[in-house]
Design a binder for this molecule. Structure first.
Ligand code: FES
Ligand code: FES
Length: 183
């Protein structure tokens, strides 16, 4: 990780949703600041700001992390995925389609983080049990849904992705475990 003094700025480069970006950051900037303010990727939400709610979840090198806890300097040379990167070729990700169909989105504040945790799970485990799903989203709080619709949506998305293979590589590739959330 780059080190700079208090008040100093430096340029870091990293990939976001497949594209290389360069941004100026200070030692105090967090990944969520860079995403929302620097890059205007406002899909990622800030709830608690202290690593408790999961609203800010993004994938860092394929693993879910709370972007409010990750120093921006730590992402130099790495790969970040946000909710804006889920849809491909103008088509929603199966998770996004299933969340809509199962009414798993109510106020929507938790949704981007939930989707990213679920996306990491389904890449690693295309056929998760209910317990696997519960574990994967255990760091994502939802005040609206009671979680039932969210769990059902993730199960349904897993079915859709399995049914679509090999037409899509969505279920392929490495992603991290939910246990890797805290960085
Ligand atoms: S904003 Fe709540 S965990 Fe990051
Ligand atoms: S839909 Fe409102 S917090 Fe989850």
């Amino acid at each position: 990780m780059k080190e700079i003094g208090p008040g100093a700025m430096t340029t870091i480069s990293f990939k976001v949703n497949g594209g290389l970006v360069e941004v100026e950051v200070s030692a105090d900037d967090r990944l969520i600041d860079v995403l929302r303010e620097g890059l205007r990727l406002t899909g990622t939400k800030e709830g608690c700001g202290v690593g408790e709610c999961g609203a800010c979840t993004v994938l860092l090198d394929g693993k879910p992390v709370n972007s409010c806890l990750v120093p921006a300097l730590q992402v130099e040379g790495r790969e970040v995925e946000t909710v804006e990167g889920l849809a491909k070729d103008g088509r929603l990700h199966p998770l996004q389609e299933a969340f809509i169909e199962h009414t798993a989105v109510q106020c929507g504040f938790c949704t981007p983080g939930m989707l990213m945790s679920a996306a990491a799970l389904l890449r690693e485990n295309p056929d998760p049990t209910r317990e696997d799903i519960a574990r994967a989203i255990s760091g994502n709080l939802c005040r609206c849904t009671g979680y039932h619709q969210i769990m059902a949506a993730i199960e349904d998305a897993a079915r859709r992705i399995r049914a679509a293979v090999p037409e899509t590589s969505e279920a392929e590739g490495a992603a991290g475990t939910p246990e890797a959330r805290r960085e």
